[in-house]
Design a binder for this molecule. Sequence first.
Ligand SMILES: [Ca+2]
Length: 502
Amino acid sequence: MSIRAGVLAAGLVATLACAHTVSAAVSCESLSTLKLPNTTFTLAATVPAGGFAAQNLPAFCRVAATLTPTSDSDIKMEVWLPLAGWNGKLLAVGNGGWAGSIEHGAMGQGLARGYATTSTDGGHEGEGGSFALGHPEKLIDYAWRSEHEMTVTAKALIAAYYGNGPRFSYFNGCSAGGKQGLKEAQRFPADFDGIIAGAPGADWTGRATQSVRVAQIMHKDAASYIPPSKYQVIHKAVVDKCDALDGVKDGVLDNPKSCSFDPGVLVCTPSTSLRAGNDESACLTPPQVASARQVYATMTNPKSKREIPGLAPGSELGWATWGGPQPLGLGADHFKYVVYKDPKWDYMTFNFDRDIVRAEEIDNGLINALDPNLKPFFDRGGKLVQYHGWNDPQIAPGNSVQYYTRVRETLGGASKIDASYRLFMMPGMAHCRGGEGPNTFDALAALEQWVEKGKAPDQIVASLARDGKVVRTRPLCPYPQQAVYKGSGSTDEAANFACKMP
Ligand SMILES: [Ca+2]
């Protein structure tokens, strides 16, 4: 480091130290008198250290408000402002599913790291999609408006409380929250400097359609249903066939797209049944083979010709989401309350070709977050980190690959987006967390390095723990790169892998 750079760095440290000791410009309680459009404050009170629920949090100023951008709106939101040690930044956290509650847990995690944090309930209380029936404005609040209104309000509260606005603003969400992040990047490119979009349900209608389609196939008759006891049988066959294709036999498929697995290899024959002592628990009947093929099947919208991905090989242990005793509630609710507006709608009447077109036309880009033009966000310097588990059994991982690829093509190739957008496909991870592959990683730290220091995430190290002990680390690589084993050393240590094109 040159002397000049050293002096600059020292200056930066001094500035940051100042930010860390910043104290409130006004009292917490006085924030409730702030005048903001369509905003009613319901709480502004200091919470002492350790004083919130079961979370061991530092002291903070808790502000709650109800936002009413329309007469039918009822958006509940909170902002938590650290009393001491504010890092000068805003962290907004996203919701899951149909939202319906403020995410206090995720807010607490951010607060503990020094952020001012915010979350909304998406404009309605309670799980499920029934809120949308007869309330088109509430559906808009859920689709995108609550997040934007929340962000504007949170920034105003931060500026009022500390006397200056956040230096940087971040968004972190997974599933519906990942979709919220993409929606923000697409619609409100100035809201955030950095966005983490995990396993985004960006093709909301496609996911709903696939889940209902698979449920209908599984429940056609008793013979079509794959009992969950056979998920392990199918999964083992997939892993046996494809685990080693990535060069490391570790029980995880690094690139499921390279795995051409046909469930037909598991069909019960006299010899397989005999081998297992006339036991059919280790094989699939022909109707079960047919059903299994449909879980993997990528469908095509007959009108737009856009592909609607199926689940990837490796996802089998989680098949109860689409293929269990009940259809996925998130999917069925979309057809009940948004598409057909009939709580009695029966998923057995579903017709793929008709209903995928109908669902997309009715949505018309409202909930779906598929607009590939992220140029305004990128031009402002915005950075987007997206991740998705290859074994996700709820939102097919192909959705993330498809969206990333469309953005790349729309903006003119990888060289146009590499400085702004990276997708990390995660081998073996299930929906947002968990699974057999390394699934714990600090995406926020990587994003901050990118936004604040200009250091792009060429890899992010993830870990896998069993019984609370880390048993494996592995780099996550920007798609389409993969973590390739260098050929020596433990395959459970990230340092022995490099991100490369497969
Ligand atoms: Ca492997």
